[in-house]
Design a protein around this ligand. Structure first.
Ligand SMILES: NC(=O)c1ccc[n+]([C@@H]2O[C@H](COP(=O)([O-])OP(=O)(O)OC[C@H]3O[C@@H](n4cnc5c(N)ncnc54)[C@H](O)[C@@H]3O)[C@@H](O)[C@H]2O)c1
Length: 323
C-alpha cells in the first residue's frame, strides 16, 4: 500500500464531530483535498461540514466491511479514527459506548494491520482514574478509569502497543484534554461546560447551572493546538517515538477561572452552579497532565493560554451567532 501512494492518503472516521470537522479541513489544505477522505454515519449539513470540500463516504466503524471498502477503494495509507461516544454520553448509554469505542477501534486495528496503513486514534485524560496521580499526571502511571469511555481508551492504548510490537503496525495516540472550539458543537464530554459558557455569556450574559463545582480543575486545550498536535504526531519520525501514546497537555483551569477570564472582557457576566453526574466523572480525572515526553520526543508546545483562548472564542462566536 505505502509503495503505491507517495502522498499521504488519509481516511478520517467520525469526521463530522467536534475535532473531525476542523482536522479534515487542515489536512486537506496540507495534503490536497483529494487525498483526505472524510467519513461518518451523519449527513454533512450546513452546521456540520468542512471548510475545505472533498470526498466523503458513509462509514459505520462498527461494520468492518465498510472500513475495508473505504481503505481499499481510496488507497488510504493512514487512518485517523475519531468515531467515538464521549464520556458523559457513554455513561448514559454504556452498550453503545462499548460497541462504538471498543468494537469500532478493534475493526480499525484489524483493517490497518491487514492493509498496511498507519493508525492514529486519540486517547483522553479519561483513560486515567481515581488511583492515578492527579496533578501533573505522568505518561506512565496507574490507569483504572471508572467510565465506559475511559475503559475503552485504555483498551485502545494497550491494543495499539500490542499491534505495534507484535505486528509492526504504526499506531500513534495522544491523551487529549478537554478541547475548546467554536466551529462545531462538542459531542457530550465532561469538559463541555467550558464551551457552553462562552455561548451563554454571549447569548444571555449569564451561565446558569454550570454542571461542575467552581473549583473543579481540569486539563484543557484550544482546538488550534489540538489540530496541530495531532498532525505533528502523525508526521513525527517513527524512530523518534519512544512510546505509542503521549499525554498532550496545554492549560488547566476551574469553572471559576474561566468565568473570571470572560469577565475581563464582559464585566457584567454572571455564573451559577448546579453540579450533576458529570462532577463524579471529573473528580476521577487529572487536574493537569505532564506532556514532557511529547515535548522531548517530537517537540510539542502549546500556544494558547486561557485569556488568549477567551479572546478568540468570544470574537469568533460573536460572528457565528450574531452576524
Ligand atoms: N472533544 C474532546 O474534548 C476530546 C477530548 C479527548 C479525546 N477526544 C477524542 O477525540 C476523538 C474525536 O472526538 P470528538 O470530540 O470529535 O467527538 P464527537 O462526539 O464530536 O464526534 C464523534 C463522531 O463520531 C461519529 N460516530 C459515532 N458513532 C459512529 C460509528 N459507529 N461509525 C462512524 N462514526 C460514528 C459521530 O457521528 C460524530 O460525528 C474521539 O476519539 C474522542 O474520544 C475528544
Amino acid at each position: 500500500m505505502h509503495s503505491l501512494c507517495k502522498s499521504p492518503r488519509v481516511l478520517v472516521t467520525g469526521s463530522l464531530g467536534q475535532i473531525g470537522t476542523e482536522l479534515v479541513s487542515t489536512l486537506r489544505m496540507k495534503y490536497g483535498a483529494e487525498n483526505v477522505l472524510a467519513s461518518d454515519i451523519k449527513f454533512p449539513t450546513e452546521k456540520a461540514k468542512f471548510d475545505v470540500e472533498g470526498p466523503f463516504k458513509y462509514v459505520n466503524t462498527n461494520n468492518i466491511e465498510q472500513i475495508k471498502e473505504a481503505v481499499v477503494n481510496f488507497r488510504a495509507n493512514k487512518v485517523i479514527h475519531l468515531s467515538s461516544i464521549l464520556s458523559a454520553t457513554g455513561e448514559q448509554n454504556p452498550d453503545l459506548a462499548m460497541e462504538v469505542n471498543s468494537h469500532g477501534a478493534e475493526n480499525c486495528f484489524k483493517v490497518c494491520n491487514y492493509y498496511g496503513a498507519s493508525l492514529l486514534i486519540p486517547s483522553s485524560i479519561a483513560a486515567f482514574g481515581p488511583e492515578t496521580p492527579r496533578h501533573n499526571t505522568p505518561d506512565l502511571c496507574i490507569q483504572r478509569p471508572l467510565t465506559m469511555y475511559g475503559i475503552s481508551k485504555v483498551y485502545i492504548e494497550l491494543l495499539g502497543n500490542w499491534y505495534n510490537q507484535k505486528k509492526g503496525l504504526d499506531f500513534r495516540s495522544l491523551r487529549l484534554p478537554g478541547i475548546i472550539s467554536w466551529k462545531a458543537l462538542p459531542g457530550g464530554g465532561t469538559t463541555d461546560y467550558a464551551i457552553d459558557i462562552y455561548y451563554q455569556a454571549l447569548k444571555k450574559g449569564h451561565y446558569t447551572n454550570c454542571f461542575l463545582k467552581k473549583d473543579t480543575r481540569m486539563p484543557m486545550m484550544y482546538m488550534d493546538d489540538c489540530i496541530r498536535g495531532i498532525i505533528e504526531l502523525l508526521e513525527a519520525k517513527n524512530e523518534n517515538l519512544k512510546q505509542r501514546t503521549y499525554n498532550l497537555g496545554a492549560i488547566d483551569f476551574t469553572p471559576e477561572e474561566i468565568y473570571e477570564s470572560i469577565k475581563k472582557v464582559m464585566p457584567k457576566f454572571k455564573i451559577d452552579y448546579k453540579p450533576d453526574f458529570r462532577q463524579s466523572i471529573a473528580d476521577t480525572w487529572p487536574t493537569s497532565i505532564d506532556s514532557s515526553c511529547a515535548k522531548k520526543d517530537w517537540g510539542w508546545e502549546h500556544d494558547y493560554d486561557l485569556d488568549k483562548m477567551t479572546d478568540v472564542m468570544l470574537m469568533n462566536l460573536k460572528k457565528k451567532l450574531f452576524v
